[in-house]
Design a protein around this ligand. Structure first.
Ligand code: C2E
Ligand code: MG
Ligand code: MG
Ligand code: MG
Length: 289
């Protein structure tokens, strides 16, 4: 049946597919309403320096406070937001809220070195991005843009590369997310020359299980060292992860071992009470060589 209608036609032949289409349409409409109604919130996950054990920054992660479904994680809506074009507006809201929060923490005496914000491909090539960065009241060195999964630099698409250079020329740092499982090839490191690589948690979680798993992470650290790029591990869940990652020479950690993404207020308490030292159990002296 579908064949008879020709190759290039999209045929809804299945009730499940139709339901998915209807659901997506519904979510798409809800996303627009949510933007109007200011339902997006930003949570912050700390990043801890392996060397000093100080907090070196936070990653801003969006949450949707849905009127009937409660707080939704990005996996429930980012895909639809990307295909329906609302992702650029969501990213804009996140940057605005994150920079306001960063200033509010400063007012309260909490001066973090940097804040990282996730940027989708659509937002990256949106000319309004540079304007929003300028209006964000963050000093360029305080902002870090995480380039996301959906961005591909290997398909001759020079507009993305141009967009990245424009961001970097403002003095804003660029960071490659999900390194090792995502979009960025090793070759693209030369053209992008990011400040930091984030080793994907799928590579980090199994380091406790064997030598090969550890060597893989060690080799990414070597690439970082060779090119002068910092390396941060995502998905740091246990004290064992922390111990091994320090041995492997990773620069910093992010993960549930230290804290999940926190509300702005909870992050503030976490920093004031130096909550991550509690997580480390015996305190910083344990890590002195
Ligand atoms: P990501 O940028 O790689 O963010 C890290 C994700 O890992 C977050 O999921 C975080 O909650 C989770 N995570 C942190 N520590 C651990 C850990 O120790 N173990 C495990 N298993 N997971 C951990 P979250 O917040 O659900 O975000 C998922 C993805 O959604 C993000 O992955 C990012 O790709 C995307 N995203 C989040 N916020 C935004 C945004 O504002 N704009 C855009 N375009 N995408 C966003
Ligand atoms: Mg990220
Ligand atoms: Mg990531
Ligand atoms: Mg990820």
């Amino acid at each position: 049946e579908a064949k008879r209608m020709g190759r290039n036609q999209f045929v809804i032949f299945d009730a499940t597919l139709r339901n998915i289409a209807i659901t997506n349409k519904k979510v798409a409409d809800e996303l627009l309403a949510a933007l109007e109604d200011d339902q997006f919130e930003v949570f912050y996950q700390p990043q801890i320096s392996a060397r000093t054990l100080e907090i070196q920054g936070v990653e801003a992660l969006v949450r949707w406070r849905h009127p009937t479904r409660g707080q939704l994680a990005p996996s429930h809506f980012i895909g639809t937001a990307e295909t329906t074009g609302s992702i650029a507006r969501i990213d804009a809201v996140v940057l605005k809220k994150a920079s306001a929060q960063f200033q509010a923490w400063r007012q309260d005496g909490i001066a973090l070195p940097h804040i990282s914000v996730n940027i989708s491909a659509q937002r990256l090539i949106d000319p309004a991005l540079l304007q929003s960065i300028a209006e964000s009241q963050l000093d360029p060195g305080q902002l870090c843009i995480e380039l996301l999964e959906s961005i591909s630099f290997d398909d001759q698409d020079t507009s993305l590369e141009t967009a990245v250079s424009a961001i970097k020329s403002l003095g804003v740092d660029v960071e490659i997310d999900d390194f090792g499982t995502g979009y960025a090839s090793i070759l693209s490191l030369l053209s992008l020359s990011p400040k930091r690589l984030k080793i994907d948690r799928q590579l980090v979680l199994p380091i406790t299980t064997g030598q090969s798993q550890r060597r893989l992470v060690a080799s990414i650290v070597e690439i970082g060292k060779a090119l002068g790029i910092e390396v941060i591990a995502e998905g740091v869940e246990t004290a064992e992860h922390v111990r091994i990652l320090r041995e492997l020479g990773v620069d910093s950690f992010q993960g549930y071992f230290f804290a999940p993404p926190l509300s702005g207020n909870a992050l503030e308490s976490f920093v004031r009470e130096r909550g991550w030292f509690r997580c480390l159990g015996e305190g910083p002296e344990r890590f002195e060589d």
